[in-house]
Design a protein around this ligand. Structure first.
Ligand SMILES: [Zn+2]
Length: 416
């Protein structure tokens, strides 16, 4: 008899350790009538979310998980009901809606007990579809105790990377339809695993890492774009990735997501990721080619074992803005114009990528040939023109500005 109890006890432990239970926690409406829907999970998971029309609904699929209970719950407007269904290893959550809404991709927040999965829904009278922002993870390389490469006059790679990242963040933040997520916002140290894990928790649609490494030969210069591979495409690629691996890799905790396991189980998803990473890399590379400040180190996308690009499903690229061990590159990246050009090439590359791989529910589904930019305090047209690679005349004509002054909060259209 005792043996059976021990067996049952062990069985329970094994079951519990490997299971990932999903349950609805709450639906909360705040003062601004934004509705937050939260679920609890045991660990960070592979989650797919998308919206459908006729009828309007949002679907969330949590892979390798078990629903704690399957029930339908009615809620207040605009939510009709939230229902759940176990489909093999997938827990499918359906949020039925009375109308089209703006929504956010679910984020995963680690807590001491597990993970909270939450998304926001906002009503919008103008929507003819459910719409969400495209989430771009921006990963400035190195930081804190890890300075990265050190260039002439002690310029540190970590500082250059962060400044370029902030330029890119600013553009994405002020363009309607994008939401940047910064992997680090200041001079702090973040280990390599935590970088791509954070991008997953934030629901990133794509991820861009920014570096400006050094090389033992100071003659080596120019920008390059990398995607992940176990095999290196060149000696420089091998050298750079081995150097970056010296930054602490970090531990994967129980609540974290294992990218290696997922790559083996979802091979077709991984293949699409590899392909899309190359597409994204090529789009950025061709913008860098048009940049008058920057020379290319390699004309094609390179391959290297850069740990931060490991996500099995999120298209990920690493941009080397140049080699700060080279005096010309160091000079170029020390100045704002040079860094702004790198940020612009990355932004335009990202936008061109989404022109090709459009997300049905994004702002750009039917109008990717222009963006709407919100004027910020201190903005001048000449700077905005540089930011998007257009002329002041073009902006003035498109928006019929006729030498009128611009003001913060004004939305202008920029054809790109
Ligand atoms: Zn670096």
């Amino acid at each position: 008899m005792q043996k059976i109890y021990i067996f049952l006890f062990l069985f329970f432990i094994v079951q519990h350790a490997s299971s990932n239970e999903v349950s609805l926690i709450q639906v909360k409406e705040d003062k601004n009538r934004s509705i937050e829907i939260s679920f609890s999970l045991d660990k960070v998971s592979y989650i797919k979310s998308y919206s459908l029309t006729e009828p309007s609904r949002i679907i969330i699929e949590v892979n390798d998980s078990i629903l704690k209970s399957q029930e339908e719950k009615p809620f207040n407007f605009p939510i009709k009901q939230i229902s759940t269904l176990q489909d093999g290893p997938i827990s499918r959550i359906t949020i039925d809606l009375y109308e089209y809404v703006n929504w956010t991709k679910p984020r995963q927040i680690k807590t001491k007990d597990g993970v909270i999965l939450s998304l926001d829904i906002n009503r919008s009278k103008d929507n003819t579809n459910n719409i969400r922002d495209i989430i771009v993870s921006i990963d400035p390389g190195h930081g804190g105790k890890d300075p990265g490469a050190v260039g002439e006059n002690n310029i540190l790679e970590k500082d250059i990377n962060l400044l370029i990242a902030k330029e890119l963040e600013r553009t994405l933040r002020d363009v309607k339809g994008y939401k940047p997520v910064m992997i680090r916002e200041d001079d702090s140290f973040i280990d390599l695993n935590e970088r791509y894990l954070k991008a997953r928790r934030e629901g990133a649609d794509i991820s861009v890492s920014i570096h400006a490494d050094g090389f033992r030969l100071s003659s080596v210069k120019g920008a390059s774009v990398y995607v992940w591979s176990e095999n290196y495409s060149s000696v420089t690629a091998e050298n750079l990735s081995k150097k970056q691996l010296k930054s602490k890799i970090g531990e994967i905790g129980k609540k974290d997501f294992n990218e290696d396991e997922a790559r083996a189980s979802f091979e077709s998803v991984y293949k699409i990721k590899v392909n899309n990473s190359k597409v994204l890399g090529n789009k950025i590379l061709s913008e860098l080619r048009n940049d008058p400040y920057t020379k290319l180190h390699k004309k094609t996308v390179e391959f290297a074992d850069f740990r931060v690009l490991k996500s099995f499903d999120t298209p990920s690229v690493l941009v080397e803005a140049g080699f700060i061990s080279n005096p010309d590159d160091a000079e170029r990246l020390k100045g704002k114009p040079g860094r702004r050009m790198i940020a612009r090439s990355i932004f335009l590359g990202i936008h061109n990528y989404f022109k090709q791989n459009s997300i049905n529910e994004s702002h750009f589904e039917n109008n990717s040939s222009f963006v709407l930019y919100e004027i910020q305090k201190g903005d001048v047209l000449s700077e905005i023109a540089v930011r998007f690679g257009v002329t002041v005349d073009e902006i003035e004509q498109t928006n019929m500005l006729n030498n009128k002054s611009i003001y913060p909060g004004q939305i202008i259209k920029v054809n790109i």
